[in-house]
Design a protein around this ligand. Structure first.
Ligand code: SF4
Length: 358
């Protein structure tokens, strides 16, 4: 590894703050050797997390019907995306799905509800559901339910909630370009309320919304300032009907650089590859496990993603391990079967020659 990268690793493994000029360099220097960068970020990741990958499963417990105007979101009041809208799922359905997630080896069950924020009644109801999940299922929980104050966060903490998710999404200066119904400061206030209530914080960003390199760097350092231990990095999924549709900014290599930047600036944080992993990282998904140590499985809010079996295969093929209880999926770790798109014709030369597009 280049001596510069050795120096970067040393800084990240010390308690020193990673220099902003180097952080910008990660995104903007075309001469940076990407493989060396990934290896260096991987060294930091291995120090704090070994080869373990944490799997998170989102349960979209309420979809659409949101009065906010986040331009990237298919659930917003200004989106024409043809999504399935539904009010809060039943308590029994949410708990049953928590059992299913645990049985599949999922580490953390993330309840996500659309809307500006929960009412007092809704907060009590969510607390009741979380209490049942903790006692009946016994899985790590995270809730993303919009803006909330310290009183609400305290009620959820008392019910057993482990983490509260509230993404910054982008920098303070870029926020008015993507949403007008709430402010960056509103989001910071929610994170402060959660921390005061004793909840773990989860907060990240969405890349690919027309932001500059500096915007991304600003988010990374804002999360560093609050010592956020869980950082999901989403890559904008182009959903037709959303005002912020496709800014044409993301390539697999840029996505890798963004993940490496977050690892160097937030070396001890759980860096999660969020929405858009499959479509934006494409063939570089395995390399992304070097800076990142966490993934979502089985899709996101309005879109599907790779199945849990595909994710296990990705992880084990790359030489990593799934964190937590994986007893139900151990057979996947030792598979040596040849697999190619489940298309038997590909293995038949005659078929391939006669039918170039089977
Ligand atoms: S991101 Fe959340 S608050 Fe914004 S429109 Fe979507 S559901 Fe509503």
């Amino acid at each position: 590894m280049d001596s510069d990268f050795n120096e970067w690793v040393k800084i990240a493994l010390s308690d020193a703050t990673f220099p902003q000029t180097l952080a910008l360099d990660i995104l903007s220097n075309p001469n940076l050797d990407l493989l060396c960068l990934v290896a260096a970020a991987g060294e930091v990741r291995m120090t704090y997390f070994g080869r373990q990958v944490m799997l998170h499963r989102i349960n979209d417990i309420q979809n659409g019907l949101c009065p906010e105007d986040c331009g990237y979101c298919a659930q917003s009041k200004i989106s024409d995306a043809p999504i399935k809208k539904y009010p809060l799922k039943s308590e029994e359905e949410i708990i049953q799905e928590a059992h299913e997630a645990k049985a599949k080896g999922v580490y953390r069950y993330c309840l996500v509800s659309s809307g500006r924020g929960p009412t007092a009644d809704r907060t009590q109801h969510l607390a009741h559901i979380i209490r049942r999940i903790k006692t009946e299922v016994g899985i790590q929980t995270c809730l993303s339910a919009g803006l909330m104050d310290q009183e609400q966060a305290t009620i959820l903490k008392a019910a057993g909630l482990d983490r509260l998710n509230h993404n910054l999404n982008t920098s303070e200066s870029h926020t008015p370009d993507i949403v007008t119904t709430h402010t960056f400061q509103d989001r910071i206030n929610t994170l402060k309320a959660a921390r005061s209530a004793g909840l773990d914080l989860c907060s990240g960003m969405i890349a690919g919304m027309g932001e500059t390199d500096q915007d991304i760097v600003d988010v990374a350092y804002q999360l560093h300032q609050y010592q956020v231990p869980s950082i999901p990095i989403n890559f904008l999924i182009p959903i037709s009907g959303n005002p912020i549709y496709d800014c044409n900014q993301l390539t697999p290599q840029r996505c890798l650089r963004i993940l490496c930047l977050f690892r160097f600036v937030n070396p001890k944080a759980e860096i999660r590859i969020g929405g858009g992993r499959e479509g934006h990282l494409r063939g570089l998904q395995a390399l992304a496990l070097y800076p990142a140590n966490s993934l979502f499985v089985e899709g996101y809010l309005a879109t599907r993603g790779h199945s849990i079996d595909q994710v296990y295969q990705l992880i084990y093929d790359a030489g990593f391990e799934v964190a937590g209880d994986v007893s139900s999926s151990k057979n996947l770790s030792s598979t040596s079967q040849f697999q190619l798109d489940n298309n038997p014709n590909i293995l038949n030369p005659l078929t391939t020659i006669n039918s170039p597009n089977p």
